[in-house]
Structure formats: structure tokens, C-alpha cells
Design a protein around this ligand. Structure first.
Ligand SMILES: [Zn+2]
Length: 323
């Protein structure tokens, strides 16, 4: 039936009816809050390009994580700023490393908070690349073994979920195998299966102090123009034992989120990255956008595209807005 019998505005006439027919819901339990941990004590250093986000030493991180959990947010994902860096990223798979210390403290102090660890070498290598390098090339196979060591070290510290973000081929299988071989068969892998070589990561590199000293990440991260290739990445990671998949960034890749949601039966995460966050915060500060409103709209869009879990720097503010 066409207009005038059909009038779509009938179901928009007041807030109660709009509430009743709303298709997409946000909930803090769907959020994961990214956090940055650094050495020392009493450190809370704001990240200039990501206002409201900080590098924390373990003591402050634990207190902050407590308040994150109190807001109903399911978990955090941890990134480390190590004491020292070398060519092999060895502080990343050191059982006394900054992330490992943080994980132990969080699991001891904060009840029911899921602690997810990011597994990649770029925060720990002196050259800032995601793996071992030879000349200008990021080596795949020798890197995979180190990533597996890092994941095992995180699991030993008590991580609930490990999340490889490096985009090396074969790393999910290597991580699954080393975890299973060491009594961690129950630790899930959240794979950054579809991670694009994105300009939106800019502010994160300040946050994690992980900008590459030369070259870029285009030889392992995906070309922003490709979507079919995302299906191959997802299929491969599932075949290797990934329990959950992730698309990163989120907002500019909502078509890819939808493709994966329609195609695969595993929980799907999307990472609303630093640049997506910072762009909205900056426009809000300039008075060009209503930040609280576009924050919720951006998250709703990602959820509507099919993401079950959203990693977002807005997690706390959005959780407060939903309370
Ligand atoms: Zn990396």
C-alpha cells in the first residue's frame, strides 16, 4: 500500500513509539575500552591527540579499570609502552613486561573485568615495525614465532583473551598451537582479521609511541580499497582457530562489517580507532558538531552494520549516556 494509506511517520510521532520500534540497541556490555599502560607509578599522562585518554602506570590503570567495570563495560584491551625497545621487540614477550605486570594486577584487583591483550611487536621494536625486519621488509614467518611467545606470556600473566593485531599470515594457528600446548586451551583468540592500512591510526601512534621509523605498514595491513579480500582474511583466521573476528577501523568500513556479519557465525568486533575518536572530539571542541550526539550516532552505525562488540575510546562516556 502506498501513500496516503502508508505513512511511515506514524511510528515516529512520539518518543515512546520511537523507543518501541527502535531496531538497534547499544549497551555497555558490548563495549571494550582500550587502555595504555606504561612503567613507573603515579603516572597519568594525557595523550595530546586523544583528549581524555591517558598513559597509565599500573597503579592508576587498576583504579581506572575499576571505574570502567563499574559502568557495566565488559572489558579493556591493553597496549603497552615498554621500558625499553630493541630490534626483536623482546620486552613484549618478557614475563616481567609492562603489560604482563598490568594483567596480573588487573586480574587480582578488578573482579569480572575481561582483560584482552593486544599481540603485536610494533609497540616493542626499536624500529616500530610489527615484526622482525630485514632491510625494509617485515619478515612473516620468523615474526609469527615471537607473536606466539607474546600471546603465551600474556596468557601466563592471566589474560582472558588474546588479540593478535599484527596481520602476519599464519599467526592465529601458531598462537592457538602454543596456547593449547601449554595448558591454555580455554583462552579465546580475538583476531584482528581485517585490519586496514589506515590514516585513522595517526593519534594511536602518539598514544602507544609506535610510529614506524621508516616505511609504512602497507605490506601486511590491507588496502582500504579491498572488501573481497576481507572475506579471505576472515576465512583463513577462522580455519586457523580464531574464536572472534575484528574489523579495524570501524566507521569507514561498515560495509565490510556487514559482509562479515552476514557470512560468518562467530562474534564480530569492530574497532572505532583513535582517528575516528579524535576527529569527532576535535569537531565537538570547535563547536562544529554536537559531540554527545555524534558519539552515540557513530556507535549506533557500527552496531547497526553488524558489530556485536565495539572497541571504542568513547566506551566510558557512552556507557554514562546509556545509564
Ligand atoms: Zn603492529
Amino acid at each position: 500500500m502506498a501513500f496516503p494509506v502508508t505513512r511511515l511517520r506514524r511510528l515516529r510521532m512520539n518518543p515512546t513509539v520511537r523507543d518501541m520500534v527502535r531496531e538497534t540497541e547499544l549497551s555497555p556490555r558490548r563495549f571494550i575500552y582500550p587502555m595504555f599502560v606504561c612503567p613507573g607509578s603515579g603516572v597519568k599522562k594525557e595523550i595530546g591527540s586523544m583528549p581524555g585518554n591517558y598513559q597509565w602506570s599500573v597503579d592508576g590503570l587498576v583504579e581506572e579499570a575499576r571505574s570502567v567495570r563499574a559502568l557495566g563495560i565488559s572489558g579493556i584491551i591493553l597496549f603497552g609502552i615498554p621500558e625499553s625497545k630493541d630490534e626483536r621487540g623482546s620486552s613484549g614477550y618478557d614475563d616481567q613486561g609492562v603489560v604482563q605486570q598490568a594483567v596480573r594486577a588487573l586480574k587480582r584487583e578488578v573482579k569480572d573485568l575481561l582483560v584482552i591483550t593486544d599481540v603485536c611487536l610494533c609497540e616493542y621494536t626499536s624500529h616500530g615495525h610489527c615484526g622482525l625486519v630485514q632491510g625494509e621488509e617485515v619478515l612473516n614467518d620468523p615474526t609469527v614465532g615471537l607473536l606466539a611467545k607474546m600471546a603465551l606470556s600474556h596468557a601466563r600473566a592471566g589474560a582472558d583473551i588474546v588479540a593478535p593485531s599484527d596481520m602476519m599470515d599464519g599467526r592465529v594457528a601458531a598462537i592457538r598451537s602454543i596456547l593449547d600446548g601449554n595448558g591454555f586451551a580455554n583462552i579465546p583468540i580475538l583476531s584482528y582479521a581485517v585490519k586496514y592500512a589506515s590514516g585513522y591510526y595517526g593519534p594511536f601512534r602518539e598514544a602507544a609511541e609506535s610510529a614506524p621509523a621508516f616505511g609504512d605498514r602497507r605490506s601486511h595491513q590491507m588496502d582500504p580499497a579491498n572488501a573481497l579480500e576481507a572475506l579471505r582474511e576472515a576465512e583463513q583466521d577462522l580455519a586457523e582457530g580464531a574464536d572472534m573476528l575484528m574489523v579495524k577501523p570501524a566507521g569507514p568500513y561498515q560495509d565490510v562489517i556487514r559482509m562479515l556479519r552476514d557470512r560468518f557465525q562467530v562474534p564480530l568486533a569492530a574497532y572505532q580507532v583513535s582517528g575516528e575518536y579524535s576527529a569527532l572530539v576535535a569537531a565537538g571542541r570547535l563547536g562544529w558538531l554536537d559531540l554527545p550526539r555524534v558519539m552515540m550516532e557513530s556507535l549506533t552505525g557500527i552496531r547497526r552494520a553488524g558489530a556485536d562488540i565495539i572497541l571504542t575510546y568513547f566506551a566510558k562516556e557512552a556507557a554514562k549516556a546509556l545509564a
